[in-house]
Ligand binder design. Structure first.
Ligand code: MN
Length: 502
């Protein structure tokens, strides 16, 4: 359900009229070849579109205006093949409202020692042309990604691929609609926040609905659709015997299928790609949606529990960034610790709602009482997840700004089976270690809810923070608590000074 086929990024080459037609036609040919090469790379998820070389303030302003209004264009890549006096760029850069990546490259990789002459030097002068352009961007305080290296280099293409994925997520946030089914979990602080500020900053809208809006759709679900979904459940998961046909709790599974179908219909009717619910506002819903949420997330929907609309929007954005990559993206919560004398770990989970897309093997489908909320026992998918590198991401509202916090972790196989734990889970080793990671996370005000990502990395979040103009705090293998405190204090001043300009 995530379709990126219509999206494109524009490749804009800067130059000027000084060099004459021969040089400019060579510039155009070279930049076309670069675009061809980038489009042939499997590391870029979307189409790169070549645009004619810009040589004057008018041409630059026009291309920026066109980029702003063309919906297919989600970002532009700029490169100064030759020198392009940067005062020409001021107006265009002032009005540009799409993300920008400055690719600091050169058409040829190596110097042709024997044949190099002044003509060659004048044609291939991005080494200083891009510096002039870079000065203007910095002088204007424009946030952008800078990628340095030869365009055929895999590392360069990989970085451009990451930025392309981030702008896909950014584009998604511009028109994302988040449905908030019920309000916030009572008295919880971190999931509250300023929806107006979030919409001004990211573009996504959040609006409230009642569980009865979903129940209306549940009541219209057909028997045929229910039966088909039950077959899907039977084929995709290991059903507990009581949930199988004729089992004493089969009715719970039928109810869960109705909830899933009703929830999907509600989301589709409203064009919502992310949603929240909360166990305290279930109304006529008979179960807290478990399997429904897990499967909706696997289909690309964003989700946040207990009214957590910010995390729901982030789950969706990161799922769009992740499209086509091997690992998954899920709503997550730091749940329980495993302290040992050697190393300590976090067991991540939630009451029910972990994306089934990160399951390692076939999940089992079970029913257990929830213990809170006073509703019927909900159906859920229970599984372990694939071990490996991952990140946890939290977006919190600091009152005067939004703060994005990332912790790099390594998911490991649990030391033993967990036969009595009725929820999906991940065990991870946070970098640099639990003590420093949790200290830094808590000092940063990181939430208990996170987005857990297996393929989306810290670099993605760095690009996202730059595009959104928000604060980023990273906890990785180099983090020291003392430096981290200094960073928080320095950022407090920085964002206080620049909050209206970023
Ligand atoms: Mn929670």
């Amino acid at each position: 359900m995530i379709d990126i086929s219509q999206k494109e990024i524009w490749f804009v080459t800067g130059s000027q009229h000084l060099y004459g037609e021969d040089t400019l036609s060579q510039v155009a040919e070279n930049s076309k070849n670069i675009v061809k090469g980038l489009n042939a790379s499997s590391l870029l998820p979307i189409k790169v579109v070549w645009k004619p070389t810009v040589k004057s303030p008018e041409e630059i302003t026009n291309i920026c205006q066109e980029a702003n209004i063309e919906r297919k264009c989600i970002g532009i890549v700029t490169w100064m093949h030759t020198f392009s006096p940067a005062k020409m760029w001021i107006k265009g850069l002032t009005i540009l409202n799409k993300p920008l990546c400055h690719l600091h490259t050169q058409y040829n990789a190596e110097i042709p020692w024997e044949s190099i002459d002044m003509d060659f030097m004048n044609l291939n002068q991005s080494a200083h042309g891009d510096r002039e352009f870079g000065f203007m961007m910095s002088r204007m305080r424009k946030k952008r990604k800078v990628i340095v290296g030869h365009w055929q280099n895999e590392h360069v293409q990989k970085k451009l691929g990451i930025w392309s994925r981030v702008v896909l997520g950014w584009d998604e946030l511009q028109h994302l609609k988040v449905a908030r089914i019920g309000d916030n979990m009572r008295e919880v602080a971190v999931t509250e926040g300023d929806k107006v500020e979030a919409q001004m900053r990211f573009g996504f809208s959040v609006n409230g609905f009642d569980s009865s809006d979903v129940v209306e759709h549940i009541n219209n679900v057909s028997d045929k659709d229910i039966n088909e979904l039950l077959i899907t459940y039977e084929q995709s998961y290991k059903l507990t015997s009581s949930l199988k046909k004729g089992g004493e709790q089969r009715a719970s599974l039928v109810e869960a299928a109705k909830i899933e179908l009703g929830l999907r219909a509600f989301l589709d009717a409203g064009g919502f790609k992310a949603f929240t619910d909360t166990f305290e506002n279930l109304g006529e819903l008979k179960q807290l949606p478990g399997i429904a949420v897990q499967r909706l997330m696997a289909d690309g929907y964003g989700f946040g529990a207990e009214g957590d609309w910010r995390t729901a929007a982030m789950v969706r954005a990161l799922k769009v960034m992740n499209v086509g990559l091997e690992g998954g993206v899920s709503f997550m919560e730091d749940y329980t610790y495993h302290f040992t004398s050697q190393k300590s770990y976090v067991l991540g989970s939630h009451m029910l709602e972990i994306c089934s897309g990160i399951a390692d093997g076939k999940p089992s489908c079970e029913v257990h009482p929830l213990g809170i909320g006073g509703k019927e026992a909900p159906i859920r998918l229970v599984f372990d997840t694939t071990p490996g590198e991952a990140i946890n991401v939290s977006l919190v509202d600091m009152g005067n700004r939004l703060r994005l916090i990332v912790n790099e972790v390594e998911a490991v196989k649990p030391m033993e089976d967990l036969p009595n734990l009725p929820v999906a889970r991940v065990l991870w080793d946070p970098k640099p270690n639990l003590e420093i990671a949790a200290t830094a996370w808590i000092l940063a005000g990181g939430a208990h809810h996170t987005v857990y990502c297996q393929s989306v990395t810290t670099e993605f979040m760095e690009d996202l923070a730059d595009i959104a103009g928000i604060e980023l705090l990273v906890i990785d293998d180099k983090t020291s608590v003392r430096d981290f405190k200094d960073k928080i204090n320095a950022n407090e001043t920085y964002y206080h000074l620049f909050q209206h300009k970023l």
